[in-house]
Ligand binder design. Structure first.
Ligand code: NAD
Length: 286
């Protein structure tokens, strides 16, 4: 039995709701915390939708009662002290802003039990940039999930030099308990493992396109056939969404900025944002 029985998730947006639901689905009690009743009402809808998606996609690994019973293991709170009073582990998924994160941890540190472990799901901030605000750097680390957690079930686990190895081990075990494949990251690394690989890969594909070397279909076919991978880089761009691709590319060097301009002109300005809008580099649906 895992040392973690009671989990609180801070922030019930895209990722927070998935983390909370997956945890409940796996049989643990979860408190979903958000700022106010309006946000919690939206959270309830997200959880209902997730339950339906899990059934539709035949997600395995449910505890007793399946996807619907998982909903009853989630409770809701907009009171931080009450939300964490019994927590073994708090997973933070509030917006990706250093100010919001640090402010959240300062408030959390004041009310959470001493034993509680804190984990951030931040995609781009290193845990050491937040550790001092937690008041317990030895019981703090990053636990990073991927969007569509039930299908893309990696959990990248990354401590700081101050993280207690026993705490790290507890979080690895927790990740396994909720059906994740724990990815143990030995040192702090911006982008963890996945984005350290994916971002340069996608950027290289963008460069081939702006340099006029080959079209997206040819680049994707090369990658799929040559490596056996199910998708090429432009198919991945469509899933990530072209707005995100644009925002990341425009911060890069001259070639990436050229790619950003191309995406904007040919796609974003035409309302083609990727799979979400039915068209990006490719067309989807009917
Ligand atoms: P989101 O905007 O969908 O959700 C954020 C939630 O936090 C909202 O429900 C909001 O009401 C709530 N919130 C705002 N301020 C808060 C506060 N002070 N205290 C508690 N809750 C607060 O964001 P998201 O996409 O779920 O991202 C959350 C975190 O997860 C970020 O750190 C992000 O880097 C990370 N992440 C996101 C993805 C992704 O694909 N979206 C993937 C991996 C990791």
């Amino acid at each position: 039995m895992t040392a973690v029985q009671h989990v609180t998730v801070l922030g019930t947006g895209v990722l927070g709701s998935q983390i909370a639901y997956q945890t409940a689905f796996s049989g643990l009690e979860v408190v979903a915390y958000d700022l106010d009743e309006t946000a919690l009402a939206a959270a309830r809808q997200r959880f209902e939708k997730l339950a339906a998606t899990y059934v539709e996609e035949g997600v395995t690994g449910a505890a007793d009662g399946g996807a619907q019973a998982a909903l009853a293991r989630v409770s809701y709170s907009a009171d931080l002290a009450a939300a964490v009073a019994n927590a073994d582990l708090v997973i933070e998924a509030v917006p990706e802003s250093i100010e919001i994160k640090r402010d959240t941890y300062e408030k959390l540190a004041a009310v959470a039990p001493e034993r509680t472990i804190f984990a951030t799901n931040s995609s781009t901030l290193l845990p050491s940039a937040i550790a001092d605000a937690t008041g317990r750097p030895d019981r703090f680390l990053a636990l990073h999930f991927a969007n569509r957690i039930w299908a893309h079930n990696t959990a990248e686990i990354m401590g700081t030099p101050a993280t207690d190895p026993a705490v790290y081990a507890t979080v690895v075990e927790f990740a396994e308990t909720i059906g994740m494949v724990p990815i143990e990251i030995k040192k702090e690394q911006p982008g963890y493992v996945l984005n350290s690989l994916l971002v340069p890969f996608l950027s290289a594909a963008g460069q081939l396109l702006v340099d006029g070397i080959a079209e997206p279909e040819a680049i994707d076919a090369t990658w799929r056939i040559g490596t056996g991978a199910p998708m090429g880089p432009f198919q991945i761009y469509d899933i990530v969404g072209l707005t995100t691709a644009y925002n990341i590319s425009k911060m890069g060097g001259p070639k990436q900025q050229e790619f950003a301009a191309l995406i904007k002109e040919r796609y974003i300005d035409q309302g083609k944002l990727g799979v979400a809008t039915g068209e990006g580099f490719y067309r989807y649906g009917a």
